[in-house]
Design a protein around this ligand. Structure first.
Ligand SMILES: Cc1cc2nc3c(=O)[nH]c(=O)nc-3n(C[C@H](O)[C@H](O)[C@H](O)COP(=O)(O)OP(=O)(O)OC[C@H]3O[C@@H](n4cnc5c(N)ncnc54)[C@H](O)[C@@H]3O)c2cc1C
Length: 381
């Protein structure tokens, strides 16, 4: 019997969810709203503890349907402050500016962390309102069988190092693709309602994170007159992998724990929410989680892996050309082409998968004498 069939059959027993991140709480909301007993076990004392009130983008470009419409249909409705972003400015490493825009939001800017107004608090509120029990300070060492595992990344293939701050700059969103600011990644500056987030998001050379962040800060100071009031440093990490093991001995793996991440740019939030909701749906209906997941996320997920492979192989002129293309018309349509899967993606997929280990997971640091966010948070330095 599949794990979801066992869980579906045993409808009186509480369902354990390990981890109260977006994926775990998405599962909890959908299950509890359907009347199932749910216990979420979270090792930290609050939700969003690995985030710092920084802005993240909940992407709205990889498929045509709006992300809130999609999660709404899956059973998740949230009330919290979010900023739809329809225009952004991208800089290439040659110095060109590309204005990227669409009539529909490209993404929704949301705050992450434990404070009021964050996505994490909104998810927690919705889970509790639906009747889920959340246990904080409850680290799970042996995950029980028949559980949903939502424990986030297990290693760092990408890190971000940055500052949150107050500012009198106008609301705007900027990104710069330049290896001198963020190796194989990008530096970003996001501003809304007098609050800002600046970070270097890098896919290699983690040891140099402080110097890259400094370079990113200077870049935006010169280019835009960056003004940071009371800056507070923050850092974080993510894991990129193929979608391989989503079920393991009776357990359903969701979110980043299942390797569900956007390998090109690290926009894992949508994957987390959708996979969490699909795991819950599979239990409620006794359907195969693997099948539901493949149907919805497989194409976009493997396109992300091919995109990262291509991005890393491309020179600065090719990257500038791609930005130029996206900025010429509807940016969502352009990005959908990149993420939507195509013959090009299918053809390159085996090569990208073969090179997966070498190309996606850079040994960004050797953990010796390193203070990158991963080493700091796992106590390896
Ligand atoms: C700096 C930074 C910027 C980012 N920006 C973006 C962005 O702009 N857009 C985007 O879409 N994505 C972004 N991401 C990625 C996004 O944050 C993640 O993909 C998403 O949070 C994954 O959700 P999750 O539920 O899978 O895991 P997590 O959010 O990591 O949640 C896992 C939870 O499980 C808990 N846990 C772990 N182990 C145990 C255990 N043994 N027992 C109990 N509890 C446990 C953890 O404490 C944690 O609360 C960013 C990530 C970082 C670090």
């Amino acid at each position: 019997m599949t794990p979801q069939a066992t869980l579906a059959k045993n409808s009186e027993a509480p369902i354990t969810i390990v981890g109260a991140g977006p994926s775990g709480l998405a599962s909890a909301i959908v299950l509890a709203r359907a009347g199932r007993r749910v216990v979420v076990r979270e090792r930290q004392r609050s939700v969003g503890a690995r985030f710092h009130g920084d802005f993240q983008g909940l992407e709205n470009w990889s498929v045509k349907r709006d992300v809130f419409e999609e999660i709404g249909e899956l059973g998740i409705t949230l009330k919290f402050p979010l900023h739809p972003v329809r225009t952004g400015i991208a800089y290439d490493s040659i110095g060109n500016e590309h204005v990227v825009r669409d009539e529909q939001p490209l993404y929704y800017l949301v705050r992450r962390g434990s404070g009021e107004g964050t996505l994490d608090e909104a998810l927690l509120g919705a889970a509790r309102e639906a009747g889920a029990e959340i246990r904080f300070g409850d680290e799970v060492e042996r995950v029980p069988r028949q559980a949903i595992v939502a424990t986030g990344p297990r290693r760092a293939d990408v890190i971000a190092s940055g500052y949150t701050f107050r500012t009198d700059m106008e609301d705007a969103n900027y990104v710069c693709f330049d290896d001198r600011l963020a190796p194989s990644g990008y530096a970003y500056l996001l501003i809304a309602d007098g609050f800002g987030t600046l970070a270097a998001c890098m896919f290699r050379e983690f040891k140099g994170h402080a110097a890259y962040l400094q370079a990113a800060m200077e870049y935006f100071q010169v280019r835009l007159g960056l003004n940071m009031i009371q800056p507070k440093p923050f850092g974080g990490y993510g894991m990129l992998s193929r979608m391989t093991r989503v079920e393991r001995r009776g357990r359903l793996l969701v979110g980043e724990r299942a390797g569900l991440q956007d390998a090109l740019a690290g926009f894992g939030l949508r994957y987390a929410l959708i996979s969490g909701a699909l795991a819950a749906r599979s239990i409620l209906r006794g359907e195969s989680y693997k099948t539901l997941l493949r149907r919805r996320l497989r194409a976009v997920h493997s396109a992300g892996i091919v995109n990262r492979f291509v991005f890393q192989a491309a020179g600065e002129k090719t990257r500038a050309w791609a930005l130029d293309l996206i900025s010429k018309g509807s940016a969502r349509r352009g990005l959908r082409r990149i993420y939507g899967g195509s013959l090009f993606h299918t053809a390159l997929s085996p090569v990208a998968a073969l090179r997966n280990g070498a190309q996606l997971t850079h040994p960004g640091c050797n953990h010796i004498d390193c203070d990158c966010p991963w080493c700091r948070m796992t106590g390896m330095h």
